[in-house]
Design a protein around this ligand. Structure first.
Ligand code: TRP
Length: 448
């Protein structure tokens, strides 16, 4: 066992770190993209409801498991187990989450690398090297390898320093920067021609689509991905929170920040697409839907920036720096999952564990880059569409069915004395036992 575990030094530090994990490419890229391809505001509406009604309760379960166990995901889950069978089950769930985090990092690092290289392109062009700049935005093996490695090294650099000096310090620096950049970009885009039309498309719901099964599935998947559920990450972050803190409100604040930033990102991206259209860029695919996915981020938006002249260089730079920051505060949390396990269960030194595991994941990323056409989507699908929902569901089962209600109450009461009399305690235990696992299972089975 590690001698002294790290921990977050302040409430603000935890909120920034957990929000940093939650706010990532999923918010700024995934959410607007999903909104674009699922009928605009109808998707936003469903997402908001599901994020608070299903993802938040599941998020609370993971935070509680960690704070109770004061350890990595496997050890924490095992502390709640009462017999050998349950301990084995705990190992499967906890270790499964750790593997999911590692797999997500292996493809996330590649996407984040693209964001970094797209951020460098405008800088190179500002100095007049237009031809050289092409290298940064064109797909090539060399570029993908170099930038994936660079991004992984940044992630390793932060995690090596531990919880307070690494995760907390960097999240406290990067998250405010992210919010400022996002706000400045929104204000700028809103002042351009075409933005108001985009705003309308974003905010006027087509209510007939609200109960569309595909829309529901996409929204739930997006909400779980966004709160980093089912990956052991929120368990380990929960374990670094002081027992004096009120978990119910901390969890709610992080959820609120996560949802708000996704909403703000939509306020940037969808209007930006319509501005691009006003400048003659095609924003609708052949079937009439808004262009989404990687074409949106790497084709539509760059053509918009190109049309803005010199100003576009700055806007493009700011946008891709924003993406890189969002990705980095998430990637550090993904690496922390496996690292905390190695440190606490196998007595490894933190710096060594970080370097070995980080490089191991980089090797996996390289294998994916070498087979990018089929492996990128495959690994993303296995880890996010299968791994995350299944493990998040099993965490709910653990809390609802294996952990004793009295122990849950005792844990949640710390830092929140009269939780027993709150609406939260009246609804949540029942919710986590029946509603969350059933809803997750239903959506999961439907998506097969
Ligand atoms: N929440 C992150 C985002 O929105 C992505 C993510 C998914 C994640 N699973 C995770 C981050 C696990 C950290 C750990 O981009």
């Amino acid at each position: 066992m590690g001698v002294s575990r790290g921990g977050f030094s302040s409430r603000f530090g935890f909120i920034m770190a957990a929000a940093g994990s939650a706010v990532g490419l999923g918010n700024i890229w995934g959410f607007p993209t999903q909104t674009a391809s699922n009928g605009g505001a109808a998707f936003v509406l469903v997402y908001l409801v599901l994020a608070f009604c299903l993802a938040y309760p599941a998020f609370m379960a993971e935070l509680l498991i960690g704070r109770y166990g004061q350890a990595n995901a496997v050890t924490s889950l095992q502390k709640m187990s009462h017999n050998l069978w349950q301990k084995r089950f705990a190992f499967m769930v906890g270790f499964g989450g750790i593997i999911a985090a590692a797999l997500i990092l292996s493809f996330y690092g590649i996407l984040a690398g693209w964001m970094m290289s797209f951020a460098i392109d405008p800088v190179v062009r500002l100095f007049g090297f237009n031809d050289a700049a092409q290298w940064f935005v064109n797909q090539s093996l060399a570029r993908n390898l170099i930038f994936t490695a660079l991004f992984m090294l940044l992630t390793i650099f932060i995690i090596r320093r531990g919880v307070e000096d690494g995760i907390e310090k960097w999240s406290k620096r990067l998250m405010p920067m992210l919010i400022i950049l996002l706000t400045v970009l929104i204000i700028y885009v809103m002042s351009l021609e075409g933005a108001s039309e985009g705003l309308k498309a974003y905010l006027q719901p087509d209510l007939s689509r609200v109960f569309d099964a595909d829309l529901l599935i996409s929204a739930l998947g997006q909400a779980f991905f966004s709160l980093s559920l089912g990956t052991s990450v929120m368990i380990i972050y929960g374990s670094y929170i002081s027992k004096k803190e009120n978990l119910v409100s901390l969890g709610a604040q992080v959820t609120l920040i996560d949802v708000s930033i996704a909403f703000l990102a939509g306020l940037l991206i969808i209007p930006a697409m319509y501005v691009a259209q006003a400048q003659g860029v095609a924003i609708f695919a052949e079937d009439g839907s808004l262009i989404s996915g990687s074409n949106l981020v790497f084709t539509v938006l760059p053509s918009l920036f190109d049309g803005m002249g010199v100003m576009g260089l700055f806007v493009g730079f700011a946008f891709f720096v924003l993406m890189t920051i969002a990705a980095l505060t998430s990637s550090i949390s993904m690496l922390e999952g496996p690292v905390s396990y190695a440190v606490e269960r196998h007595d490894m030194e933190r710096t060594k564990a970080t370097t070995y595991i980080g490089l191991g994941i980089l090797v996996l990323s390289i294998i994916i880059v070498l087979n990018i056409s089929f492996m990128l989507d495959l690994v993303a699908m296995i880890s996010t569409q299968y791994g995350q929902p299944i493990i998040a569901m099993l965490c709910c089962v653990f809390v609802g069915w294996i952990w004793y209600r009295n122990s849950i109450l005792a844990e949640i009461k710390q830092g929140n004395d009269d939780v027993e009399n709150t609406l939260f305690w009246k609804i949540w235990p029942w919710y986590i036992k029946f509603v969350c696992p059933t809803a997750i299972a239903a959506v999961f089975i439907h998506s097969l």
